[in-house]
Design a protein around this ligand. Structure first.
Ligand SMILES: CC(=O)N[C@@H](C)C(=O)N[C@@H](C)C(=O)O
Length: 803
């Protein structure tokens, strides 16, 4: 048996000395404990015949040895006691989900669909489970369709009301490829593995970019539960890609309709990952975006979210709006239905009031029993909150505690009660059970019970480290408020500050500034294993939601495009000065880390303020728009963020020299010559969003400069050594000054210290830039081993330069 306390590494990693090796091992042990904390991904409430509820939680945990996520299901039975208390009774063990790609209970809860996607175009397996066994199993060959989409965006699986049909989204079948033989092109189809022929590539077909590389287009299919027959839904001419399908309510024996999101054809497909702006019109042409359709329980309303403010402006993400269409079960769906605005876009968020809708998903059944109140999770400033939305009146209420700075996320409803998770940067997720006190129409109040659960476990060490930390959400005033800004862009933005509860020897801990990407995303106050790990190493965290982040109203979002590299950078500087001014950070011990646009900010910060940062780490950073625009899957994003409102008229796939100059000026690369901060860069070789050349260019320039400096230093040292030796020879009368003059060697003045020069050389030639490449990673750098090695090295880098 292996010694459990032994080092997890077989060989010493390159560049480690004995001291740093020990640090490496101890940090990796701690990081492993953080990595193992499970994450609740989804939950479903299932009703038994007796009316009791059972909750099925889908949980994931990184499996570092296999470099995959391990997924398992945990079950809990809910009992409501006479004294109104609620008990969750947990099954003894969770069940590993193995090769399960998707699980979807039927509307009655009596059946469970399990989909298993296979690799290498093997058949996709559909299993229908009852409470005791597999009732049916169908294998669908790749000639009918490929993998079922389970990406959270195109993904959609819907049972019809009598549970005989399931509609879903899967990759279109492989298109025919030309076959060649020794004699040339072969008519007809040869078997794949025929050694006398080979398949050509055929025509290039554009895909959906980052995270969808190698995936065929999403198409709509229906499977019959009784016969196993699969039918492709044809006739969707305008949309080469479809997703998010649901069955429309229907009367018995009448036609059954499907509602889905279609992405229009005829335009270039830009990367869709994290981009809501390309979702197209469902059932109506009067709105530029519609997604996450849901029917009200009585079937009278079709409700959907829209990113019309993103689509219309050109942003990749912005404030959502919620809409309603009246629906009739008897009438044919009409393409020009009247769309009612339920929750419009909020332009300027008044202090403390609703900032607008920012939803990344909607439950498949988000309805309370009144049939018109929806439960949503949405970003509200730096927190995720639970909202009720009345789709008739448009009233929105925040029902998670308004005093809580924690983030609350709805998992599932149990009738009119809510099962949610609640967490903070320093608190692992806890399960909460929300119930209504009073009745829905008058002044209602939600109470939240703590549910003890065995599913989110963390080690005693992690718990004890986190218990010594605290956090708060700070409001940061805008510094340039006098500029020509909208009201919403002049309002304070926020930063989450996490730190030790007490100072050691009255000194501040070193501080890491954490920067999200997008830039139209938000860092929420929810638990993040990597941030909590960094905080546990003894760093304070300043997580800045600079203007342009989501959750603060549309004017704040739209204030950033055209001003990237200045407004966002200055907001970060202002947030840093704010905490220094409060005595919470020491200006000589500041590091910065960010991904993507957060990496853009990190590399800008160290270029614009070369003396401010002790260390930096950039993960797949945007360093040069001028380089990125020609290779990324989202060139429109480069235009929008760099040019602002002029982007729409300026966009071209072949930028002019003038455009390239503007791109360059707005990029961190334009400041690279000034950078002195030790920088770690982490790159995913398969990143299509910010291809690695973008970050590499910056680092190669720095390495080259470093080499030159070292050469210069060596030369100086060599000259000083010669001078010193000559001085000593001269002093001892062993050399004739006339010989020196003949050799054109200047006569030395004072003897110098060779030792001092050597020390200088050592300290200035310490490793100041380091690049780590992850060959199988895309933009997110979130595969288990990559995430582990990345944050291990980020922690070490910051400890080395910033403690
Ligand atoms: C829209 C987009 O993908 N922008 C990238 C440059 C970026 O910043 N991505 C964010 C979402 C990330 O965190 O990867």
């Amino acid at each position: 048996m292996e010694n459990p306390g032994a080092s997890p590494f077989k060989d010493t990693p390159v560049g480690l000395d004995a001291n740093s090796e020990e640090e490496y091992f101890s940090q990796s042990t701690l990081l492993k404990e953080f990595t193992e904390i499970p994450t609740i991904e989804k939950a479903w409430t299932l009703k038994s015949n007796s009316g009791a509820s059972q909750v099925m939680f889908s949980i994931s945990q990184p499996n570092l040895l296999e470099n995959k996520k391990r997924r398992y299901a945990s079950f809990s039975h809910i009992s409501k006691e006479r004294d109104d208390s609620v008990q969750f009774h947990w099954d003894a063990f969770p069940i590993e989900m193995g090769t399960t790609s998707l699980m979807v209970p039927s509307p009655s809860g009596s059946k469970l669909l399990v989909v298993r996607n296979a690799e290498n175009d093997s058949p996709t397996r559909f299993e229908i489970w009852s409470s005791s066994q597999v009732e049916r199993e169908f294998h669908v060959p790749s000639s009918i369709h490929g993998s079922v989409y389970s990406d959270g965006w195109f993904e959609g699986i819907s049972w019809n009301s009598d549970e005989t049909l399931i509609a879903y989204i899967a990759e279109e079948p492989v298109s025919a490829k030309p076959t060649f033989t020794y004699y040339g092109n072969e008519k007809g189809n040869c078997p794949d593995k025929d050694c006398n022929s080979w398949k050509g590539q055929g025509d290039w077909e554009e895909g959906w970019g980052e995270a969808y590389d190698g995936k065929r287009l999403p198409k709509l299919f229906v499977i019959s539960i009784n016969s196993g027959e699969v039918r492709a839904v044809d006739g969707i001419e305008k949309s080469p890609s479809v997703g998010q399908v649901i069955w429309a309510p229907s009367a018995k024996d009448s036609l059954q309709y499907l509602v889905f999101v279609g992405w229009p054809s005829g335009t270039r497909k830009f990367g869709i990952k994290t981009d809501t702006k390309l979702s197209a019109v469902v059932l109506t042409e009067s709105i530029s975006s519609a997604f996450f359709p849901r029917f009200s329980p009585d079937g009278k309303f079709l409700v959907f979210l829209s990113s019309k403010s993103a689509v219309d402006s050109g942003a990749h993400n912005a404030t959502d709006s919620l809409h309603r269409i009246d629906w009739s079960i008897d009438a044919e769906p009409h393409p020009r239905n009247k769309i009612v605005d339920v929750v419009p876009v909020v332009m300027c968020a008044e202090d403390g009031s609703f900032p607008g809708l920012y939803c990344s998903n909607i439950l498949s059944n988000p309805w309370l029993s009144d049939g018109h109140t929806m439960i949503l999770s949405a970003a509200w400033g730096s927190t995720l909150v639970v909202l009720t939305v009345d789709i008739l009146s448009g009233d929105v209420s925040r029902i998670s505690p308004s005093t809580s700075e924690f983030s609350w996320d709805v998992l599932t409803l149990d009738g009119d009660n809510i099962i949610a998770v609640c967490s903070s940067p320093i608190d692992v997720p806890d399960i909460k059970y929300g119930y209504l006190v009073g009745n829905a129409s008058d002044n209602t109040k939600w109470n939240w019970l703590d549910i003890s659960s065995p599913i989110i476990k963390c080690s005693g060490k992690v718990r004890s480290l986190l218990s010594s930390k605290e956090f708060s959400i700070m409001s940061i005033p805008v510094r340039d408020a006098s500029e020509n800004l909208t009201k919403g862009a002049s309002k304070p933005y926020e930063a989450i500050f996490a730190s030790s509860k007490s100072k050691k020897h009255n000194a501040c801990d070193p501080m890491i500034v954490v920067l999200h990407g997008g830039p139209h995303c938000v860092s929420l106050s929810s638990f993040s294993k990597s941030s909590a790990f960094l905080c546990s190493l003894g760093f304070s965290l300043l997580i800045v939601n600079y203007r342009g982040s989501l959750g603060f109203g549309e004017e704040a979002v739209q204030s950033l495009p055209g001003r990237v590299g200045s407004q966002d950078v200055n907001d970060v500087f202002a947030a840093i000065d704010h905490v220094i001014g409060m005595g919470l950070a020491d200006q000589s011990k500041i590091a910065a880390v960010g991904i993507s646009h957060g990496g853009f900010l990190t590399t800008h910060l160290i270029g614009q303020a070369p003396d401010k940062f002790a260390a930096a780490a950039a993960r797949n950073p945007v360093c040069n728009f001028a380089l990125m625009v020609g290779t990324t899957d989202i060139p429109d994003w480069c235009y929008f963020e760099a040019f602002g409102s002029e982007a729409k008229s300026s966009f071209t796939a072949a930028p002019s020299a003038e455009h390239l100059a503007l791109f360059y000026d707005k990029s961190p690369i334009s400041h690279v010559s000034k950078v002195k901060t030790p920088t770690l860069m982490l790159l995913g070789v398969k990143d299509l969003r910010v291809p690695i050349t973008d970050g590499l260019q910056q680092m190669q320039e720095r390495m080259q400069k470093m080499e030159k400096q070292m050469e210069e230093q060596k030369k100086t040292v060599r000259q000083e050594v010669i001078a010193d030796v000559i001085a000593q020879l001269k002093h001892a009368g062993l050399i004739d000054p006339n010989i020196l003059a003949a050799l054109s060697i200047p006569s030395p003045s004072e003897p110098t210290s060779v030792q001092g020069a050597e020390q200088d050389q050592i300290s200035s030639s310490g490793v100041e830039v380091k690049v780590m490449m992850f060959p199988d990673d895309i933009h997110e750098l979130d595969r288990p081993r990559t995430d582990f090695e990345s944050f291990l090295n980020i922690g070490l880098w910051f400890k080395k330069y910033c403690s």
